[in-house]
Design a protein around this ligand. Structure first.
Ligand SMILES: [Zn+2]
Length: 63
């Protein structure tokens, strides 16, 4: 499965889907690890995946 991930420049708020205009926010997904995960957002309407530049510590941190 190949996903297309669209990089988005955050401008105060990330709520409206830039691809389809859906206005009620996003589902989350995480990718990578074990030290660091990309926090990605999926539009529930058109299923596009967006990266706003967030990462979180992975489950392997500090072990
Ligand atoms: Zn959408």
């Amino acid at each position: 499965m190949t996903d297309t991930i669209t990089t988005v420049e955050m401008d105060g708020e990330f709520r409206i889907c830039p691809a389809c205009g859906y206005e009620d926010g996003f589902h989350s997904m995480f990718r990578g690890g074990p030290a660091r995960l990309q926090w990605l957002f999926i539009c529930p309407a058109c299923h596009q995946i967006f990266d706003i530049g967030l990462t979180v510590p992975g489950p392997g941190m500090d072990r």
